[in-house]
Structures are given as structure tokens and as C-alpha cells.
Design a protein around this ligand. Sequence first.
Ligand SMILES: Nc1ncnc2c1ncn2[C@@H]1O[C@H](COP(=O)(O)OP(=O)(O)OP(=O)(O)O)[C@@H](O)[C@H]1O
Ligand SMILES: Nc1nc2c(c(=O)[nH]1)N=C(CO)CN2
Length: 167
Amino acid sequence: MRCVLSLGSNLGRRFDTLQGAVDTLFDAPGMEFVAASPVYETDPVGGPAGQRPYLNAIVIAETSLPPRTLLERAQSVENAFGRERLERWGPRTLDVDLVVVGDTVCDDPDLTLPHPRAHERAFVLVPWWRADPEAELPGHGRVADVLAGLDQRGVRLRDDLKLQRPD
Ligand SMILES: Nc1ncnc2c1ncn2[C@@H]1O[C@H](COP(=O)(O)OP(=O)(O)OP(=O)(O)O)[C@@H](O)[C@H]1O
Ligand SMILES: Nc1nc2c(c(=O)[nH]1)N=C(CO)CN2
């Protein structure tokens, strides 16, 4: 099934971290790379004032792994890149969120699918739409249509940065 992951970084060497995360995510069996979005520089949403901007991107994969295994992989990649959990929405070297995993619907606090805030986050939907213009967010409709109702001013294309396919 198709899964969509959101990657974000606003501490340290942000682009190197995103590329390293892509390489590491696919460095184990069960995930096949489909596409990476362009990279965007985005104003921080929520959390303490004065944070640096994020780099955000979306990665699309084909996977046979169950959603909880995907979550474990996402969290172990966050940890491998020095993620510390200090405060909600605080600055982080790496955030890897599961946006959708096939058509899985799940309502546990430790795994909610589709991601419960994806529909209100231009930093998720702009790159996702660029990677897949036909994308649908279950429960909300076409990503293109959801985006039409969002303020996208805090999301700026960095066309000098380009994620490579994992090696
Ligand atoms: N779809 C999901 N993707 C990633 N984590 C999730 C998801 N649904 C629930 N969680 C849970 O959310 C918890 C907090 O994750 P994290 O610290 O990355 O939150 P955050 O990125 O700061 O905020 P947000 O959840 O708004 O993106 C994780 O421990 C994880 O179990
Ligand atoms: N711009 C931006 N803001 C955020 C981000 C993010 O990736 N980009 N992630 C958050 C928690 O997941 C909270 N706020």
C-alpha cells in the first residue's frame, strides 16, 4: 500500500538531516521509494516563539509494513538524527510523521491515521500536492481542494535544494 510521510527539520544541518532521513528510512526491507517532493522553507506553526524556520518535504513510499511498524521506523529515524522530545511543537532536528498509510483509519493517541492535523497544515499539503497533484486526504477530499482554503504564505519553495532518491 501507498504511504505518505512528512519530514521536517528546524535545528542543525536541516537539509542534510532530511536527505539522511530519506536514506535511512529506505535502508531496511519493506519500503520502496516512490517519490520525494520539492523542499520548502516554512514558518514554524505552534510552539515557542523565536524558532528557526523549518525545511519540510513529503516522501511517498510503497510498503508492505503494518502501520505500527512504520511508526516505529519513523521514530527510530528521528532518534538516529538526535531528536529530543522537550516540549510540544518545540524545535527539532527531525520530525517524521505518518500522514496516510493506505486507507488505514486509526484513532489511538499513539497512532492516529490519517494524521489528525494534516488537513490544516500547508507545510504538509503544499509539498504533498507538488509530489502528487491527484492526492486525496481521506475524510477531507482532494489535497488540491483542501489547500485552496489554506493560507500558504508561510511555505516557500527552495528550488536550490533537491532530495535525491535513497542510495
Ligand atoms: N500519524 C502519526 N504520525 C506520527 N506520530 C503520531 C501519529 N499519530 C499519533 N502519533 C503520536 O504522536 C506522538 C507525538 O509525536 P511528535 O512528538 O512527533 O509530535 P509533534 O510532531 O510534535 O506534533 P504533531 O503530532 O502535531 O505533528 C508520538 O509519540 C506518536 O506516537
Ligand atoms: N513549519 C512547520 N511547523 C511545524 C512543524 C513542521 O514540520 N513545520 N511540525 C510541527 C509538529 O509536527 C509543528 N510545527
